[in-house]
Structures are given as structure tokens and as C-alpha cells.
Design a protein around this ligand. Sequence first.
Ligand SMILES: NC(=O)c1ccc[n+]([C@@H]2O[C@H](COP(=O)([O-])OP(=O)(O)OC[C@H]3O[C@@H](n4cnc5c(N)ncnc54)[C@H](O)[C@@H]3O)[C@@H](O)[C@H]2O)c1
Length: 248
Amino acid sequence: MNNNRVVVVTGAAAGIGLGIAERFAQDGHPTVMIDVQEDLLEQESKRLQAAGANVLACRADVANRAEIETAYSAARSRFGPISIVIPNAGIANFIPFLSMKIEDWQRVIDINLTGVFHTVQAAVPDMIEAKWGRIVTISSQAGQSGGPQQAHYSASKGGVIGMTKALARELAPHGITVNTVPPSLVDTPQARRSEAVGEFPLEMIVQMIPISRPGQPSEIASACAFLASDEASYVTGQVLGVNGGMYM
Ligand SMILES: NC(=O)c1ccc[n+]([C@@H]2O[C@H](COP(=O)([O-])OP(=O)(O)OC[C@H]3O[C@@H](n4cnc5c(N)ncnc54)[C@H](O)[C@@H]3O)[C@@H](O)[C@H]2O)c1
């Protein structure tokens, strides 16, 4: 396995993204951690560095192309070309459809869908040049089966799944694979926030999961590590549910 490949993970200060960054860094990859939460990002990247990881923390909003380009310039200066991108940053909330304002809709689409567009498009030239690349998007079960009071979120994640398949076809001739991991329930700050405001009772959701517990960020990270490896050279355009069997 080639552990020198440069990895970008967005939404890397917390939750699933932090788990993914931690996994790639532990595997020896130079890892670029991108997030909007500057203080938390600093704290977590320092923690990983103290454990010997080769990580670079960049504050950037995935919905802002200029900020992503600036982060990628810093990443290339420090580590070289980008080989693996894991667009994970996302937001979620629950709003009944008839109460949903266009601003609510637009913000979720801007971050969850257009953010993936920016994060991926800005890195693909490096992969084409290298004739090798891996893109693993983090979508959601909501994009597969729909979530009530989540028309905006479900649309954004369904969009990510469609984009993943389109790019898998378009980029295959360049040696780039593109796959998506749609989690269902993962124990993260986001899931806990939703539970705290009564949007998302974890116990109720757990009853719908054959493996009867929420997933852990490290379990999503394991799938990403496989899909980003040489072992997965013939896997592209796939939707790899890491969801305890909640959606089959
Ligand atoms: N936790 C779950 O149960 C679950 C289920 C399905 C899908 N997902 C998806 O997994 C991804 C991670 O979710 P999580 O539960 O870890 O969320 P989280 O809120 O716990 O962590 C998300 C991280 O992304 C960052 N972020 C948010 N907006 C950003 C932006 N515009 N630019 C850069 N960084 C930004 C946040 O600051 C945070 O650090 C999301 O795309 C989410 O939709 C999560």
C-alpha cells in the first residue's frame, strides 16, 4: 500500500470527518484537515500531531470556492499534489416541508452538495496529472430512502450519490475511482445535537438498525480506507452502505 498519498478530509474537526482524518493519518498519509471550526480544528490537529501524525489544518468553508483553493494551495506547498479526497463536511436539520424557507433549502444545498462540487473539482487536476486518484463522498441513507422533514438534506445527499456515479463514469479513464459511503446513524456531535433538541431520538432510530447500535466514526473510516486503497482498484461508482443493516 502507498501511504505517501496526500489525503484531504473536509469537516475534519469533529465526528465522522475527524474519525476519517485520524484513520488516514494513523495509516501514515499526509492528511489535510479542513473545517470551519477553527479552534476545534487546531485542537484536534495538534492532538493527532502529538501522536506522530503528519497533518495540516486549514480553516475553510466548503461552500466557498476561494477558501477551498487557498487551503489546497497550502496543502500542495506543504505535501505536494492531492491524491485522495473525502468530502465529508455537511450540515443537517429537520424542518417540515411547508415551513422550509428558501434560505434553509439553499444553505443545505450550498454546503452538502455544492461543497462537494468545489472540494472535488479543485483536486481532480492533480489526480488526472498523476493518472491516479480516489474520491470517497460521504452521503447519507437519507439520500437513498428519504428522511421526513429533511427534503433539503435528502435532496442534497441524493445529489451527492448521483454526482458520485456521474464522476465515476467520467473519471475512470484517468485512473480515478469515485465511490460513496452513505451512513445511517453514527454517534457524532451532529447526531447528539439533533437528539438534544428532540429532532432525532437515538433510541428510536436504534430500534430500526439490525445491528442495534449507532455506528462509530472509525467504522465509516474503515470503509473509506478500503475504497481509497489500491485494494479497491476495480471498485467505482458504488454506494457502500455502512449502516448496521438499516438500509439494504
Ligand atoms: N452522524 C450521522 O448519523 C450521519 C448520518 C448520515 C450522514 N452523515 C453525514 O456525515 C457527514 C459528517 O456528519 P457528522 O455527524 O460527523 O457531523 P458533525 O456536525 O458532527 O461534524 C461535521 C463537521 O463538519 C464541519 N462543517 C460543517 N459545515 C462546514 C463547512 N461549510 N465547511 C467546512 N466544514 C464544515 C463542522 O464544523 C463539523 O466539524 C455529514 O456530511 C453528514 O451529513 C452523518
